[in-house]
Design a protein around this ligand. Sequence first.
Ligand code: CA
Length: 242
Amino acid sequence: MRILLVEDEVMLRDGLTDLLEGAGHEVVAVGDGLTGAERGTAEAFDMVVLDLMLPRLDGLEVCRRLRLARPALPVLMLTAKGDEADKVAGLSTGADDYVTKPFSPRELLARVEVFARRLRATPAAPEIIVRGDLTLDLGRCACVRTGRPEEVLTAREVGILRWLVRHEGRAVSRAELLEHVWGLSPNLETRTVDVTIANLRKKVEDDPKDPSIIVSVKGVGYSFGPLARATTRGAGGAGGQR
Ligand code: CA
């Protein structure tokens, strides 16, 4: 993995760099929060190891900024011993996991390996999706339907589509979209999601009132296309094994 390490304590930063590189990862190590947020939003990383207490910008704010720019980027937060409130805050701003200092090298590597495994298990989402006469080119933020002018997708709409496509065939809750696409707490009001989906449907659906691309799943949220059916004999497996 290509890992961004944000840690201001030089000894720990150097030690972690050696440790992660020794485990076969590529490490970019920076010593303050602002640089961490800038590089993390501008460059492609597979995960971020983020200290909580940082100069120039604290870890929570770095996490918040990363979440907005790169909703799918995993963040492992390093917290100081006994900072229970910080842990909770860290996880609610979108950190995926945390390790409490002092931690053993083994413990940290084990946590990082969880993310590496998850990354290997997730096939790269395609950037061009074709369904009937609809073509979504997510890299170009374009939505094309035969016989209609090309529509421009907003960054948020592209984020929603990426998340839905990656989880095609299963129901995705509004809370999940809020958390992963908006970087917001899933406890917030969920009307935002519905409004954005309604606008998105006007672009991608033949009939936004009877959607076939972004389907409503009653009581849950949405699914990209119809839900995968429970395994039936002879049906070409949708590849949902994990
Ligand atoms: Ca620190």
